[in-house]
Each structure stands twice: as C-alpha cells, then as structure tokens.
Write a protein that binds this ligand. Structure first.
Ligand code: AMP
Length: 210
C-alpha cells in the first residue's frame, strides 16, 4: 500500500499516519520530521531549511525531492509507505510520478481553517519535558505550569497565530491544487475530520476499503 496523506497543517496528518502505519504495517515518511532531525543535528540540509520552516514557508522543492527520493529507496519502503506532509506542491507530485511511484490512494483530511486556528493557538508544550497541552481541550491543572514536571508551558514558535496563518495560506495556494491533480488520476479520497482521533482513523480505513 502506497498512501499519501494530504491536509492542512494541524489537520492531524502526523497523528493519523502514526496510527495507520501500525494497522497497515508500513513505515510513515514525514519530511517535516526528517527536516526537524536535520535541523537538530545541524546538517547542511537542516541549516538550509531552518529559515523557511521558522517563517512557515515551504522548503524549496529540490531539497525536498532529494530527501524523499533517498528515503523511499530504503529497504523498509519496499512493501509500501505512508507519506505525511509530502508532496506539498505540484512539482513534488510530478517528481514522484516521474520516479515511477504508483500510489494506491491519496487521503485528504478535510477540516476548516477556523478549527485549525483554534487548535493550534491553544496548543502549549512544556519547555522541560515536552508534554503537550491544550488551553481548552487538555488544560493543565495550574495555568502555565506542567502537571507532570512543574516546568513552564510555552507556545511552539510555528504555532504562533501569524505563523499558522502563513502556513494555511501556503497550504491553500501550493498544496490544495494537489487534490485536483490526484482526483484527475482517480486516487483522491476526501475524509472529514471527526471529533475523536480514533473516529478519523476509522473513516480513513473505511475510505481505503479496510
Ligand atoms: P510539517 O511537520 O509537515 O508541518 O512540516 C513543517 C515544516 O517543514 C513546513 O512548514 C515546511 O517549512 C517544511 N516542510 C515539510 N515538508 C515539506 C515539503 N514536502 N515541502 C516543503 N516544505 C516542507
């Protein structure tokens, strides 16, 4: 099974990919995770990507195409894979097509911008232990303080409202046209985001005929 997960930033692609890869027994490839690891390790790719990521912009296509082609050539991808956060532009989709990769399905997680803004603006993380909270959905017992370790709760740099807005604009302009691209190839399966994570997973599996 070769699967693409499409959707706005904050739509829950990463969360769903982690759940689906366990059920489908194939790896998830996330360019966002690969880039964050490269940034942490201070590699040339990481250094190149940092300014784009911090500003909520897309990393240039040639960098992404290089990363993804190398990763998909690895042994663990032979039986299939789930792509999370890639392709994000028509050029990236064409590069995958030109590389001869035949996808089985492209699932698009549908969620409104308003809901994304609410979700992302309320997210807080502990700067000491990394635990995740949400001001409305998962509030800490004491405002601004981590329940687990007493650390300070902060907002992630790319969750700041102006950065989320920029990421949503980029999504609509650069990534959303991929829906038409894959619909024309008969691969697009839109799935409505559900209130519970597990319900969205079920809806995706149903759309895949599982
Ligand atoms: P993500 O974790 O998928 O939300 O990605 C975080 C950031 O990494 C994005 O805002 C982009 O700056 C960059 N990025 C990840 N994947 C891609 C991609 N396929 N094309 C361009 N930029 C990407």
């Amino acid at each position: 099974m070769k699967l693409i997960l499409l959707g706005a930033p904050g739509a829950g692609k990463g969360t769903q990919a982690e759940r689906l890869c366990k059920t489908l027994r194939i790896p998830t490839i996330s360019t966002g995770n690969i880039l964050r690891a490269a940034m942490k390790d201070g590699t040339p790719t990481g250094l190149k990507a940092k300014a784009f990521m911090d500003a909520g912009k897309l990393v240039p296509d040639d960098v992404i195409i290089g990363i993804i082609t190398e990763r998909l050539a690895a042994e663990d991808c032979r039986k299939g894979f789930i792509l999370d956060g890639v392709p994000r532009t028509i050029a990236q989709a064409e590069a995958l097509e030109n590389a001869g990769i035949k996808f089985d399905a492209v699932v698009s997680i549908e969620i409104s911008d308003q809901e994304i803004m609410q979700r992302m603006s309320g997210r807080r993380v502990c700067e000491s232990c990394g635990a995740s909270y949400h001001l409305v959905a998962v509030p800490p017992k004491k405002e601004g303080v981590c329940d687990a370790c007493g650390g300070k709760l902060v907002q992630r740099k790319d969750d700041a409202p102006e950065t989320v807005k920029a990421r949503l604009e980029v999504y609509h302009k650069e990534t959303e046209p991929l829906k038409k691209f894959y619909a024309e190839r008969g691969l697009l399966k839109p799935v409505q985001n559900q209130p519970q994570v597990a319900e969205t997973t079920q809806a995706i599996l149903h759309a895949l005929g599982r």
